[in-house]
Ligand binder design. Structure first.
Ligand SMILES: [Zn+2]
Length: 327
């Protein structure tokens, strides 16, 4: 691409049985002057919408003639799941964010992951990987990040400063090794972890909840991307004040033991005392059959919105241990 220009393309990944072409849509904005490349991935999970809308708004407002460096947006890394309005890839039922770096001759999700890593390798200097909580939940935007021990991998303090641009309710450190309270899966197969292993900063922003667009969360996403682009020197202007986010070193997805109707007793972003109820399960006769709380003080990050639950369904996502790192 020439300097000081904008464009778009499709990374071709094959076609449907009926012949319709499949691919990853890309928007590219190249500054007039040389500089780093900010790569934004709008979604890996097909039912998570706020992030890609925020990214499109941000990219649409860029002025290439005044930029130093480039911004690349892959609007969705999983067009199959996007079309199906589903988290996972319908063709192979895999979670794309557990498939990186992918395989050129693999299953549909592995091919998507491979196409993404081929495109990003040697080009992306920083990745913002947008997600949301599931559509059954409500939450304010928060950040999730991993850490790599690979030589030259970005340090935690630098990641926290970048995530702070999004004013997240907290920044949750996610270990690669599975621990109690985490969702099962191959966490090292995430696109952001692949970037960290390659020595480049990367993190996830959970921009609210899925299956819908929330105008305030979209605006928060645009402000965050603007701050990151300013930090990188791609666009002019001062980044947001770096008040460090609440660093969460332990969290859990909480599930209910009894099925029925989940009735919320606390809103997202509430600090709960030990033993304080954040919800109840009632049976279909109206009787309370379970009261939900945490044994220790907890920050209720996300809480269920869809009341219909079976035993083992997720009802909340909460921080259990945190601190604030000096900026
Ligand atoms: Zn996600």
């Amino acid at each position: 691409m020439p300097a000081g220009a904008r464009g778009d393309c499709l990374i071709e990944t094959g076609n449907l049985a009926s012949g319709a072409p499949l691919g990853i849509p890309v928007v590219l904005v190249k500054g007039a002057r040389a500089g780093p490349c900010l790569w934004i991935n709008g979604q890996v999970h097909g039912d998570e919408i706020n992030g890609l809308v925020a990214a499109l708004d941000f990219v649409g407002g860029l002025v290439p003639s005044s930029m130093a460096g480039s911004v690349v947006l892959t609007t969705t890394a999983n067009p199959y799941a996007f079309d199906a309005r589903r988290k996972r890839t319908p063709h192979d039922d895999l979670d794309l964010d557990q498939c990186f770096p992918g395989h050129a001759q693999g299953l549909a999700s592995e091919r998507l992951a491979y196409a993404m890593t081929e495109a990003m390798a040697g080009c992306a200097d920083l990745l913002v990987s947008f997600h949301t909580m599931g559509s059954a939940f409500d939450c304010r935007p928060f950040a999730v990040y991993k850490q790599s021990s690979a030589p030259g991998a970005p340090d935690e303090a630098g990641l926290l400063v970048l995530m702070a641009q999004f004013a997240p309710s907290c920044a949750c450190w996610m270990p690669i090794e599975l621990r109690e309270g985490e969702l099962p899966g191959h966490l090292a197969g995430a696109i952001d972890y692949w970037m960290l292993e390659a020595g480049k900063p990367a993190f996830m922003i959970e921009l609210g909840a899925g299956g819908r667009v929330d105008a305030e969360h979209v605006k928060q996403g645009v402000r965050g991307l603007t701050g990151v682009a300013r930090k990188l020197g791609i666009v002019r202007g001062a980044a947001e004040a770096d008040s460090p986010p609440l660093r969460v070193t332990r969290y859990r997805h909480a599930t209910c033991a009894r099925g029925g109707l989940f009735r919320r007793a606390a809103e997202p972003d509430t600090m709960l005392a030990a033993g304080q109820a954040y919800g109840h399960i009632t049976d279909l006769y109206g009787k309370v059959v379970e009261t939900l709380s945490f044994e220790q003080p907890a920050l209720l990050v996300g809480v269920r919105r869809d009341p219909v639950v079976h035993s083992g369904d997720r009802v909340a996502f909460a921080a259990l241990q945190w601190d604030r790192v000096a900026g």
